[in-house]
Write a protein that binds this ligand. Structure first.
Ligand code: F6R
Length: 610
């Protein structure tokens, strides 16, 4: 949700900023801009509606703006339509300040009115221009004083990058509930929304906390709290490779990330399995706590929520405790029944989703203990949780999540197994059977990926449909929800996921000749029931693609039009295999339709507005 990067050093800033923005473009891509301070021309602001390429063309790859200190922004519009004038950076009326911003200033309207009453004129519809003008209004010759005063006047979630024409040798970064990191180099320094933007230049980073103000100069960085008291920050070394954030020969990040899933699963599972036992050294739970637990609340959004839907079935079965799955955006407002015996499992790839973060804080406030499953190390959710278990999926760049979803699922199995063993709610044989199959998952997943061509063929048959249904029962239903979301978000085809038994209570009226139904029937205890539902839609003219395990594939093929099979495994682990053909189906449908797969319309990765 908007990418920001700032650089100050000895080299020309603009090309470095454009390179950083290219790696942040997944966070927003409706417009982009640069502010660079040069000795000759002072503070220069250039911006353009559209993809980053438009800005790069406008500035001849950054060569037309000289200066060694600057900042860049790629936008996902909140206040004001995507346009040149609403793009960031936003300058104050006097031109003294340029500001880039990720997030929302909730009280921008009242501040704008106040400033207008002081005679300030605005040219954009953005809340960011309000911040730039507020800074200018509060400025009495001391930049940090003005920033500190501004922080005490505004409400909302934000990460700001600030340049003041009076202080050309420094950049200022500020954050509250939107991510901002500092990158440390020799003679140069950065701020950025995330590590991908700067990893080419430095692996030494520190994470800003809420209400902190960072001053970034060529010589170093200094962080202050909002009252300008110095704060000492820990440095962290990032050890993943630059190539992890590049396409590596694939047409799209999404396809690369789908194909990386066996490896991502291996990295997430293997270090946590020792001699056939799940070892979660990252967690600190004792058996008394687990036994006294009154319920588990899983809190997440989007695909992470779908992981929660699957985890509900497995955790309830393994732990004999009630599990409630809540959409994070609803949780805060539904007066959730949480006690000090409630465990909140918070799932988030980015660790920055504001809905999830605020729901997590509410769960904590109500007394819950928070265990988060997060992919981005050092992210806010990870840092604010009582316990965190990382998915080792590596950087996920495509807006549509794939490998993060898979590794989140894997972590829910590990948590279930570890807790069930501690609580004595699982038989030894069952435990061993699941652990065995868990170890085989990456290999089996590789086999599923080998069916790419068949799935591409099915996609070529149905890519021009206007509506596609996914039906399933139990775990298959949870996976269908994810398959449907993948299809919707990248191919723009309307799609619904339905609990197969529920279809006849209304939605079946939408099934007509040629409607495509993807029927998931891999959960064996409900295979026959599921087949009855398949027959119901077939009798109303639907084309059905069946998805089931290899052993029952021939049986299902007698009824459906096409079949995709996955290797058999423990029923609890089936979602990990079933989801992959659905990811590939969505991918190839979107490819046939000529969609912008990695950057679907209206979306952005890491949703930092409510
Ligand atoms: C869908 C997708 C989103 C995210 C959701 C939560 O492909 O990526 O639905 O799953 O926005 O994001 P995180 O997991 O970062 O909290």
């Amino acid at each position: 949700m908007c990418g920001i990067v700032g650089f100050i050093g000895k080299e020309e800033a603009a090309p470095i900023l454009l390179d950083g923005l290219a790696r942040l473009e997944y966070r927003g891509y409706d417009s982009a801009g640069l502010a660079v301070f040069g000795e000759e021309k002072g503070l220069q602001v250039v911006k353009s509606k559209g993809r980053l390429q438009a800005l790069s063309d406008l500035t001849k790859a950054g060569s037309t703006i000289q200066g060694t200190a600057g900042m860049g922004h790629t936008r996902w519009a909140t206040h004001g339509v995507p346009s040149d004038v609403n793009a960031h950076p936003q300058a104050s009326e006097s031109g003294r300040f340029a500001v880039i911003h990720n997030g929302i200033i909730e009280n921008f309207a009242e501040i704008k009115e106040f400033l207008q009453n002081q005679g300030v004129k605005f040219s954009s519809q953005t809340d960011t221009e309000v911040a730039a003008n507020l800074l200018d209004y509060l400025y009495e010759g001391d930049l940090l004083e003005a920033v500190s005063k501004m922080l005490h006047r505004i409400r909302g979630a934000y990460a700001f990058g600030i340049i003041c024409a009076d202080c050309p040798d420094m950049l200022v970064g500020v954050r509250k509930d939107s991510p901002l990191i500092l990158g440390h180099g020799e003679g140069f320094n950065f701020f950025a929304s995330d590590v991908t933007a700067i990893i080419k230049y430095t692996r030494e980073v520190s994470y800003l906390d809420n209400d902190e103000i960072a001053v970034i100069t060529r010589e170093g960085t200094q962080v202050y709290d909002s009252y300008l008291q110095p704060v000492k920050k820990e440095r962290h070394h990032v050890d993943w490779e630059v190539s992890a954030a590049e396409k590596g020969g694939y047409a799209h990040f999404m396809l690369k990330e789908v194909m990386e899933q066996p490896e991502a699963l291996r990295k997430t599972i293997s270090p946590r399995l020792q001699n056939g036992q799940v070892k979660l050294d990252d967690l600190h739970f004792d058996v008394q706590y687990l036994k006294a637990m009154d319920k588990i609340y899983i809190i997440a959004c989007g695909s992470s929520y779908h992981v929660g839907m699957a985890a509900k079935y497995t955790l309830e079965k393994l732990l004999h405790k009630p599990v409630e799955v809540a959409l994070a955006s609803e949780f805060r407002y539904c007066e959730p029944l949480v006690s000090e015996h409630t465990l909140a499992i918070v799932i988030s790839q980015s660790g920055e989703t504001i809905d999830t973060l605020t729901a997590m804080r509410e769960a904590k406030r109500l007394g819950a203990r928070v265990l988060s499953i997060v992919n981005v190390v050092g992210s806010t959710i990870a840092r604010e949780s009582d316990d965190v278990i990382y998915t080792w999926a590596g950087p996920e760049i495509a807006v549509a999540t794939t490998k993060a979803y898979s590794t989140q699922l894997a972590v829910t199995y590990l948590i279930g197994l570890a807790f069930a063993q501690m609580m004595g709610t699982i038989e030894k044989e069952e435990y061993e059977a699941i652990v065995n199959e868990l170890q085989l998952l990456p290999e089996k997943l590789q086999k599923v990926l080998e069916q790419r061509e068949a799935i591409q063929y099915f996609a070529s048959l149905y890519f021009n449909h206007s509506s596609i249904f996914f039906i399933g029962r139990h775990l298959d239903y949870a996976v269908g929800m994810e398959g449907s979301l993948k299809l919707k978000e990248i191919s723009y085809i309307h799609s619904e996921a339905y609990a197969a038994g529920e279809l006849k209570h209304g939605t079946i009226s939408l099934i007509e000749d040629g409607t495509l139904v993807v029927a998931l029937a891999s959960y064996k205890p409900l295979f026959e029931k599921m087949m009855s539902n398949v027959i119901e839609v077939k009798s109303r003219g639907a084309d059905v693609i069946g998805l089931t395990t290899e052993d029952v594939g021939p049986e299902m093929m007698k009824t459906v039009d096409h079949i995709i099979t996955v290797p058999d495994t423990h029923p609890m682990l089936l979602p990990s295999l079933d989801v992959v053909p659905l990811q590939l189906f969505a991918y190839y449908v979107a490819l046939q339709r000529g969609c912008d797969i990695d950057k679907p319309r209206n979306l952005a990765k890491s949703v930092t507005v409510e």
